[in-house]
Design a protein around this ligand. Structure first.
Ligand SMILES: Cc1ncc(COP(=O)(O)O)c(C=O)c1O
Length: 355
């Protein structure tokens, strides 16, 4: 691709990040929900859309949606801010709390958008180490944050793409032993046994918990995410957002989705069960598998080449994520947990590809 001479040279996301959207029957590459939202939700949404005053700007502070999320999470609505996907939340956090010339700490391999957004706004991105089980090396993270006077530390838990859940002690240590705001990206927390919200609420003065409707809520196409933190921190994040950024349609979809929480819980339970089945089957194959607390599993063929395995899977109608060019993930692939049939198709195709 040729780029325009006026374009910033540092704009591109790191090579190998974008997942090719190959048109195949089984798409297990972007950690979406394999199930569409419940039919009752779609009915409620189509009726509700007719009641919206679309000639008016949306509620700028998304009051109904924020109150609904706050009720569901057991916090005050002043502790919630919503945006177009958690990506926009992450961007607002970086704009509001970091910005040009300040440092942020990440530990690769992790969600690429943390460092990408930080780079885009002119932050210095400082790397901390991970241990061999992919949990972050807490001492390395504390040293990196203090040495760079970091404004933000990004912790992704469960971590994309490794599936690693960080112990809650790690968050406490980062808060107690650094001056930085700690961003805990919990896009996949519903698939895990613990969340940063289990910590004493006072920690939220220094911790921003970031969540999404894209996974559990089966609403990746709606683009809705939110952050939970102390009210004063949330006020800060709001400064990083544009006025009227969240459409009335998105606000309505999110508010209605909250009525279907138990349907979503059932889906999470089904995915967690399937994750166990897929992990057990992978354990029987010539691949290294990392334990996952998310809706995906990272694995590494022991003797086969991951690029060749990825292509073989595509040739058999199954798309997974090729992570082999990502930092610290040589020869690794990541599979999203799909429906039972999709997972079986993946396991059969992988068995063939590894022969
Ligand atoms: C860790 C993590 N955070 C945030 C996101 C972005 O999600 P959203 O669709 O809410 O922007 C993703 C998407 O894959 C993710 O993996």
């Amino acid at each position: 691709m040729t780029s325009h001479p006026h374009l910033r040279p540092d704009l591109a996301l790191r090579s190998g990040y974008h997942s090719p959207q190959v048109d195949v029957a089984v798409r297990l590459n972007t950690n979406e929900s394999p199930f569409p939202p419940p039919a009752g939700f779609l009915d409620a949404l189509s009726h509700a859309v007719a009641t919206l005053d679309l000639h008016r700007y949306p509620d700028r502070s998304a009051n109904a949606l924020r109150s609904g999320i706050a009720r569901a999470e057991g916090v005050d609505s002043s502790m919630v801010v919503c945006a177009n996907g958690s990506n926009e939340i992450l961007q607002a956090i970086v704009m509001a709390f970091a910005g040009a010339g300040r440092s942020v700490v990440v530990a690769e391999p992790t969600y690429a958008l943390h460092s990408h957004i930080a780079n885009l706004v002119g932050c210095t991105v400082v790397q901390a180490a991970r241990r061999s089980d992919f949990t972050v090396d807490v001492e390395s993270m504390i040293t990196a944050a203090n040495a760079s006077d970091a404004a933000l530390i990004f912790l992704c838990s469960p971590n994309n793409p490794t599936g690693t859940l960080e112990p809650l002690d790690t968050i406490t240590a980062l808060v107690e032993r650094t001056e930085a705001m700690v961003v805990v990206d919990e896009a996949y927390c519903q698939f895990a046994p613990t969340t940063a919200l289990d910590l004493p609420r006072s920690i939220l003065e220094r911790v921003l918990i970031v969540r999404t409707f894209s996974k559990t809520w089966a609403l990746a196409g709606v683009r809705l995410g939110y952050a939970i933190s102390a009210a004063s921190v949330i006020d800060g994040v709001t400064e990083g957002l544009l006025p009227y950024h969240l459409s009335s349609l998105t606000q309505m979809a999110g508010t209605l989705a909250l009525d279907f929480a138990s349907a979503m819980d059932h889906r999470v339970a089904a995915i967690v069960e399937e994750r166990g089945r897929v992990a057990a089957a992978l354990d029987e194959m010539p691949v290294t598998v990392w334990p996952s607390n998310a809706n995906f599993i990272l694995f590494q063929p022991m003797s086969a080449n991951a690029d060749a395995v990825w292509q073989d899977l595509v040739d058999h109608g199954v798309l997974v994520r090729n992570c082999s060019s990502w930092p610290g993930l040589s020869n690794c692939l990541r599979v999203t947990i799909g429906t039972s049939d999709e997972n079986t198709a993946f396991l059969n195709a992988l068995g063939g590809a590894l022969q």
